[in-house]
Design a protein around this ligand. Structure first.
Ligand SMILES: C[S@@+](CC[C@H](N)C(=O)[O-])C[C@H]1O[C@@H](n2cnc3c(N)ncnc32)[C@H](O)[C@@H]1O
Ligand SMILES: Nc1c(NC[C@H](O)[C@H](O)[C@H](O)CO)[nH]c(=O)[nH]c1=O
Ligand SMILES: N[C@@H](Cc1ccc(O)cc1)C(=O)O
Ligand code: SF4
Length: 339
C-alpha cells in the first residue's frame, strides 16, 4: 500500500494525479462498491448558547427556537422505522434548559420501543452531558452506552487547531478535549465518525494537519468508522456571510487527499450529498470516496443557511445516483456491515 512520507508533499501534486491515485486506492479496497445507509436525522433543539460563528442553525433564546418533546422525537423515530431506517442520527444545540436525565430518558424510551441503532451526540454534547451529570467523561459514556447509545457522530471537530477554534468557535471544547472524548468513546467500544469542516479561514496546511491528527487517533483504538469532509456552507451566520462556498474541485481535492492519507487507517471516506449536492457528490465517487451517506429524511443544519440544500434522498435515489456513475450501490449499517 502507498505510504506517503511527507503529507504536505501532496499539495504539490496536480489534480489529475491526486484523483487518479485516490481512485486507485479506493477501488483496491472497495472495488466498484459504493455504500449508503437508510437513516433519519433528528435535530431535537436549535437552542444553543455556544454561538459558533459559522452556525446558521442555532438561536440563543429558547423563545426564538424549538425544543422537541420526547414524544415528538419518538414519533420521528417511529416514522423512520416504518420507512425502513436502521439508524437515527440525533444531534442538537447546547440548550441549558436540557438536563442529564433528558438525554438518558430519551435513549431509554427509544430503545424500549425500537431496535434501531442510535447514532447520537457529538463530543461537544457529550462534554455538556458530562457536566450536567457531574461525572467524568468515562462514567458518563458508560452510562449512555448502558442505556442504549450505540455510536457517536464525530462532529464538533471543525478544524482541530486551537488558534482556528478561538476564532470560529471560541466557546467550543478545545482540540485536546475533542480527542479525549473520542478516545474514551473508542476505548469503551463506542464507534464514532470523524469529520472536518473546511473552507472558512483555514489553510491547506491546517487541513493536512487535521487529517494527520485523525489518523493518529485512529492508530490508538481503531474506533472511527468513516471520515466525512464537510465544506462550510455560508449564509445566515455571523462571520462569514460574504465568503463564497468552496469550489467543487477543491472539495474533490480534499476527498482525494483524505483517501491517500487515511487509506491504511480509515477505509471509508464519505462524500456528503447534503453539502456537495447529489450530482457533485457523485463525481467524488471516482476521486477517493466510497460512501454517499444516508437518506437523512430531514436536514436542518445546512438548510438553515438559506442556500437551496436538498434535505432528503430516498434509498432508490441514492442507488440510482450511485449506479449512474458505474458503481454498485450497497446498503450498509452505521458500522459498515453489509449483508
Ligand atoms: C450543528 S452541530 C450539532 C451538534 C453540536 N451542537 C455540535 O456543535 O457539536 C454539528 C456540526 O454541523 C456542522 N456545521 C454547522 N454549521 C455549518 C455550516 N454552515 N456549514 C457546514 N457545516 C456546518 C459543524 O461541523 C458542527 O460541528
Ligand atoms: N447526518 C448528516 C450527515 N450524515 C452522514 C451519514 O448519514 C452518516 O454516515 C451516518 O449518520 C453514520 O452512519 N451528513 C451530512 O452532511 N449532514 C448530516 O446532517
Ligand atoms: N451525520 C454525520 C454528522 C453530521 C451531522 C450534521 C452535519 O451538518 C454534518 C455531519 C455523522 O455521522 O457523523
Ligand atoms: S455548531 Fe453546534 S455548538 Fe455551535 S452554535 Fe451550532 S449548534 Fe451550537
Amino acid at each position: 500500500m502507498l505510504e506517503i512520507e511527507d503529507p504536505y508533499q501532496l499539495l504539490e501534486w496536480d489534480c489529475k494525479r491526486l484523483f487518479k491515485t485516490a481512485d486507485k486506492l479506493s477501488k483496491k479496497q472497495h472495488g466498484k462498491k459504493i455504500t449508503y445507509i437508510k437513516n433519519r436525522n433528528i435535530n431535537f433543539t436549535n437552542v444553543c448558547n455556544l454561538d459558533c460563528s459559522f452556525c446558521a442553525y442555532s438561536v440563543e433564546k429558547p423563545c426564538d427556537g424549538y425544543t422537541n418533546t420526547h414524544k415528538q422525537v419518538l414519533e420521528k423515530v417511529e416514522k423512520a422505522v416504518k420507512q425502513g431506517a436502521n439508524e437515527v442520527c440525533i444531534q442538537g444545540g447546547i440548550n441549558p434548559e436540557i438536563d442529564y436525565n433528558w438525554y438518558i430518558d430519551l435513549i431509554k424510551k427509544i430503545k424500549q420501543k425500537h431496535k434501531i441503532h442510535i447514532h447520537a451526540f457529538s463530543p461537544q454534547e457529550i462534554h455538556y452531558i458530562a457536566e450536567k451529570n457531574q461525572k467524568n467523561i468515562k462514567q458518563t459514556l458508560q452510562e449512555l452506552k448502558k442505556t442504549g447509545l450505540d455510536s457517536m457522530p464525530g462532529t464538533a471537530a471543525e478544524i482541530l487547531d486551537d488558534e482556528i477554534r478561538k476564532k470560529i468557535c471560541p466557546n467550543k471544547i478545545n482540540s485536546q478535549r475533542w480527542q479525549e472524548i473520542i478516545t474514551n468513546a473508542h476505548k469503551l467500544n463506542i464507534p464514532t465518525t470523524a469529520t472536518m469542516m473546511y473552507g472558512h479561514i483555514e489553510t491547506w496546511k491546517d487541513r493536512i494537519k487535521h487529517i494527520q491528527k485523525i489518523k493518529e487517533i485512529q492508530q490508538k483504538h481503531n474506533g472511527f468508522t468513516e471520515f466525512i469532509p464537510l465544506p462550510f456552507i455560508p449564509g445566515n451566520n455571523k462571520l462569514f456571510n460574504k465568503t463564497n462556498q468552496t469550489p467543487h474541485k477543491e472539495s474533490y481535492k480534499v476527498i482525494a487527499i483524505s483517501r491517500i492519507l487515511l487509506h491504511n487507517h480509515i477505509p471509508n471516506i464519505q462524500a456528503s450529498w447534503v453539502k456537495l449536492g447529489p450530482k457533485k457528490a457523485a463525481k467524488a465517487l471516482n476521486k477517493g470516496a466510497n460512501d454517499l451517506g444516508g437518506t437523512l429524511m430531514e436536514e436542518n443544519i445546512s438548510s438553515s443557511t438559506g442556500k437551496p440544500i436538498k434535505t432528503k434522498m430516498t434509498a432508490k435515489q441514492l442507488q440510482k445516483t450511485i449506479q449512474k456513475t458505474g458503481h454498485k450501490p450497497i446498503e450498509r449499517t452505521t458500522t459498515y456491515k453489509t449483508t
